[in-house]
Design a protein around this ligand. Structure first.
Ligand code: AMP
Length: 281
């Protein structure tokens, strides 16, 4: 695997790859890699000639400074995992490479209602930071395929909208959520859970599944109320549990006539914030 710290050297290498007609697949991450990240790399390897992974903990998408400071960083382990799955290129820039003092040129993107709800409502400025960094990374890598996880369902929808608005020649590929055997969605933040919290954490998925099983017998408001109560009962502090249209991300009153329905939730467990989602229809 090639490791690049600088934009200019990565660009040179990718131009060399393109000169042979090779396609580029790209998976941006914040490191502390797990099987969820590796699934993006594995899918890219199947569909692209050259797979690039980036590791960059983007300060502009953290709305809480302690969350940024406590974000797990395991560079040596990440490198070994990427080597093991056969990733071709790791881009591992510093903050000053991504945000040089000379400034960066990004095109404003209209997020509209997509960013008003759920993560956008609870983490002010988060998606502005995500859009900024993904746009900057796409300018550098200009991949044929961009691989992102359905774990961050709202993020994936917003990036799809950004790529469409900017008319980029990049296909956005959503990769299904990878879970632990007990159902907990894999996340870099899971390592911050203590033993007791780790026992409780899989119940997010259990509640999502329970909610899904209620869909033909209860209205969505009743299901939402049940899920919020249930999450609280098993030990979480739920921030939201929303049942939304999978394209517009707006909360639904009913599933009637809807082409896709997904339930998304964010909960606190101690001082760790976890998100998960489940496609209902
Ligand atoms: P992060 O490092 O948390 O920014 O995640 C980098 C990418 O990996 C994002 O596109 C995530 O959606 C994706 N990802 C993280 N966890 C999972 C998972 N459990 N299953 C699938 N994709 C994931």
């Amino acid at each position: 695997m090639y490791l690049f710290k600088r934009e200019s050297s990565l660009k040179k290498y990718l131009a060399f790859q393109r000169s042979f007609g090779n396609t580029i697949g790209f998976a941006p991450t914040m490191g502390a890699l797990h099987q969820g990240h590796l699934a993006l790399i594995e899918q890219s390897k199947k569909e692209s000639d050259c797979t690039v992974c980036s590791i960059f903990v983007n300060p502009t998408q953290f709305n809480k400074s302690d969350d940024l400071a406590l974000y797990p960083r395991t560079p040596a382990k990440d490198l070994a995992l990427l080597e093991k799955v056969g990733c071709d290129v790791l881009f591992f820039p510093d903050v000053t490479d991504i945000y040089p003092e000379s400034g960066i040129e990004t095109i404003p993107v209209e997020l509209g209602n997509l960013a008003d709800v759920m993560e956008g409502a609870h983490r002010p400025g988060h998606f502005e930071g995500v859009v900024q960094v993904v746009q900057r990374l796409l300018q550098i890598v200009t991949p044929d395929q961009l691989y992102m996880g359905e774990k961050d369902f709202q993020q994936l929808t917003i990036i799809r909208s950004m790529v469409e608005q900017l008319a980029l020649d990049t296909a956005v590929v959503g990769v299904p959520i990878i879970r632990e055997p007990d159902g907990l969605a894999m996340s870099s933040r899971n390592v911050r859970l203590n033993a007791e919290e780790r026992q409780i954490a899989p119940k997010i998925y259990a509640v999502l599944q329970q909610a899904k099983s209620m869909i033909s017998r209860y209205n969505l408001k009743e299901i939402q109320t049940f899920a919020m109560e249930q999450l609280t009962k098993v030990g979480f502090k739920p921030e939201y549990f929303e049942i939304v249209d999978r394209s517009s991300l707006q909360p639904l009153q009913s599933v009637e006539g809807s082409k896709g329905v997904v339930a998304c939730t964010a909960v606190w467990l101690g001082n760790v914030r976890l998100i998960d989602n489940l496609v209902f229809i």
